[in-house]
Design a binder for this molecule. Sequence first.
Ligand SMILES: Cc1ncc(COP(=O)(O)O)c(C=O)c1O
Length: 380
Amino acid sequence: MGTQDGDVTAHPGRLATAAVLSLSPYVPGKPISELEREYGVRNIIKLASNESPYGPSPAATVAMHAAIADAWIYPDGSAHELKQVLAAHLKVPSEWVTVGNGSNELLLLLAETFMSAQCSGLCSQYGFAIYPLVIRATGGRCIEVPALPADDPMPYGHDLDAMARAITADTKLVFIANPNNPTGTWVDQQRLRAFIAAAPASTLVVLDEAYVEYARLNGCESGLPWLGEFPNLVLVRTLSKAYGLAGVRVGFAVSHPEVADALNRIRPAFNVSNVAQAGAAAAMADQQHVHETARRVVAERGRMAAALRAMGARLVPSAGNFLLVEVGAAAQVYEQLLRGGVIVRPVAGYGLPRHLRISVGLPEQNDRLLQVLEPLLHRA
Ligand SMILES: Cc1ncc(COP(=O)(O)O)c(C=O)c1O
């Protein structure tokens, strides 16, 4: 057995592809149980993963409880009913809808379906961290386009003009988060439409609208009406945010039916569970709950933003359910917040070592965050 084989015997992980070995795993927000274990802190609040503090519609919870009875049966692999509900809500044919185990799975499926080592995928600096990860996992080249500068009215946001210029003949996918996580920034509707219209037919434009239910209240509208016009446009949405179902994992893509057909060829047959399908269908039926969640969260976001500004913090404009706040020495402030029982999200991994991303919680949770953060800001 040669040296290399010997290495592989001792280190089977090295059998992974070079592309996968080059990746660093996505770092999610710290779970409450971990903070309890590590620091012995109690009464913890987590404002780190952009979940909805209002949870799902009560009707979704009832539907999920009922669906547990079918836990022993495989789910409907085509998610027929859920797709009908989604299609009716979006006013599109159900053949345009592809369901995923969270929208994260759809981002991965898009890359697996359309990319290869011979092509490139494009995203923005400070864009959602999963985009470079799914692009690179295919062995393809990731073109990361510099974001708008810190003194732009949309600091750290996507620079659509620069992104348009960076598309090459081998670019298969462009990822645009509107609004973006972790920045909260959004792009102008007219410019976005012009960007999509100018994109070559050989490039799919993936518009990630994870926060669209909140964003609408900032005038940041969906690209849904453009789908019929642009066959290379793909929308990706999730029930993890305003619908309050992050834990059951449901997302969906809306696209040209041929794109949906291609995605469905590699989509794991039972990727959305019985419980998730039932919960998602019921959650979609209760739009009142979603509107009320968005209304409350956006009002609280405004209140938090005003309070943080009054403390001297600089904020990035946000159309999501979170704020990107410049706090100075963010690693230290993060650590002190943890000791005060508040989990937020450090974003140094995104190249933003002076910022923290803070999800909007319940009013009392936001009060607690402001109270623990204020003295730290003055020291930072
Ligand atoms: C912009 C964006 N897209 C997609 C996702 C993935 O969400 P999920 O897989 O829960 O649908 C997130 C989650 O944070 C996000 O912020």
